[in-house]
Design a protein around this ligand. Structure first.
Ligand SMILES: Nc1ncnc2c1ncn2[C@@H]1O[C@H](COP(=O)(O)OP(=O)(O)O)[C@@H](O)[C@H]1O
Ligand SMILES: [Mg+2]
Length: 390
């Protein structure tokens, strides 16, 4: 491998790898795009309001598909003489009815005051804005499960029957919900009855070949020709296909390129990719761990400490270790039932594997293991996290 001239880079346009970059078209998502177009055709062609749910795990392209779809819909409206506005709200950021409404209103009125108006008043403001601008408004609520969990489904109910409250008026509001999880169990009977529950667009996880196609396209956009050899790209595709998460693949690609630049060489080697994986994984792990509540953090730390020397531990050992950790951090130790719940939640979230062993002398016991993250790394990150949130 030859060394590149000082200051040279494998990237011709690194911005194409950033999270803000929305590709013109998502490859392998034509069926989902077509479904959305079909569902929303009556919005453009007749006086109709629509609602739909986009569902799929992280990195399957939900957010970007909705961005491309909404701006396409506005354009199509323009061609057909119908004014369609759209606004995307990320409910992880805006998780109360107040915040969501304020975000939508500020689309029309950027300096709308963030205090002094109740939810019903804000809804009236929004209604007036829509009437005044004579638009049809498509509202996209991304990561809507967060809003539903924190604030219930009232707002969604209100949006789905927005036009019914004013008889005779034309259809003025449509809704797209996006979530990783099944959100219908989080909605109450009223909102379920007005939301069109059969309009679900499912984003399957990408398989290895699909991921490779996505990566090849990004390489062409972001890297100088010849700087990412086929072997390195295959390795990224392999690493990414475990999760089917395109975001992880693109992040790996970017981090591999940065490590290559750091070393001052011209080609992204498999070793750069492996190094990048370890780093990328650590960042992602830190982000995920930061989101856990304190009880789960303490439980996971207790498990990580016990796990440094063994492949498996049982729940009894985990609970003993948990008691020690609680004492160390001056936290009240929760009872057995709650502790068991922490274990089940951590299992569901994928941080640990908990499985029942049928072989035990004293009958069945649950064995815990760590699948992905090294115990030592987990311990370090969690100790910092817990101390930080004191
Ligand atoms: N089919 C695809 N073609 C090209 N890029 C994609 C595709 N699917 C996802 N991506 C990219 O992967 C990243 C994650 O997509 P995103 O829409 O944020 O996923 P989600 O919202 O489902 O977590 C983004 O950078 C997006 O541009
Ligand atoms: Mg998203």
């Amino acid at each position: 491998m030859t060394s590149s001239p000082a200051g040279a880079s494998v990237f011709k346009d690194i911005q194409k790898l950033s999270f803000d970059y929305v590709p013109k078209k998502l490859i392998h998502r034509e069926p989902q795009m077509k479904r959305l177009r079909t569902l929303f055709r009556p919005v453009v062609e007749s006086n109709f309001s629509q609602s739909a749910l986009i569902k799929g795990s992280v990195g399957t392209g939900k957010t970007h598909l909705s961005k491309i779809f909404s701006s396409d819909l506005s354009k199509l409206g323009q061609e057909k003489g119908k004014y369609i506005e759209h606004v995307l709200v990320n409910c992880r950021q805006y998780y109360t009815e107040d915040m969501v409404l304020l975000k939508i209103i500020s689309k029309f009125q950027p300096h709308f005051p963030d205090r002094g108006f109740s939810v019903p008043e804000k809804l009236e403001v929004l209604r007036k804005q829509i009437n005044k601008s004579k638009c049809h408004l498509l509202i996209v609520l991304d990561e809507v499960d967060v809003l539903l969990k924190k604030s219930g489904s009232n707002l969604i109910y209100t949006f789905t029957r927005f036009d019914e409250e004013v008889p005779g008026i034309k259809a003025s509001l449509s809704l797209i919900l996006i979530s990783q999880h099944d959100v219908f169990p989080l909605m109450d009977a009223a909102s379920l009855s007005t939301f069109r529950r059969t309009n679900v667009v499912t984003m399957n996880e990408y398989d290895r070949e699909e991921l490779k196609d996505i990566l090849v396209e990004r390489v062409e956009l972001a890297f100088f020709p010849g700087s990412v050899p086929e072997g390195s790209l295959d390795l990224i595709a392999d690493m990414t296909s475990e999760s089917g998460d395109a975001r992880f693949g693109i992040e790996l690609l970017m981090n591999s390129g940065m490590l290559t630049d750091e070393e001052g060489v011209e080609e992204v080697s498999p070793e750069h990719v492996r190094l990048a994986k370890a780093e990328t994984f650590r960042t992602i792990t830190e982000e995920k761990l930061a989101e856990l509540d304190k009880g789960k953090k303490l439980t996971l730390l207790a498990i990580a400490r016990k796990m440094k020397k063994s492949a498996y531990i049982n729940t009894g050992e985990a609970e003993e270790s948990y008691a020690v950790v609680c004492e160390e951090f001056n936290e009240k130790k929760r009872g057995h039932t709650q502790f068991w719940k922490y274990i089940k939640d951590l299992d569901a979230l994928g941080f640990i594997d908990a499985k029942i062993s049928g072989e035990g002398v004293v009958g069945k016991t649950t064995l815990i293991s760590l699948s992905e993250i090294p115990a030592k790394q987990l311990e370090e990150i969690l100790e910092k996290e817990i101390a930080r949130s004191e």
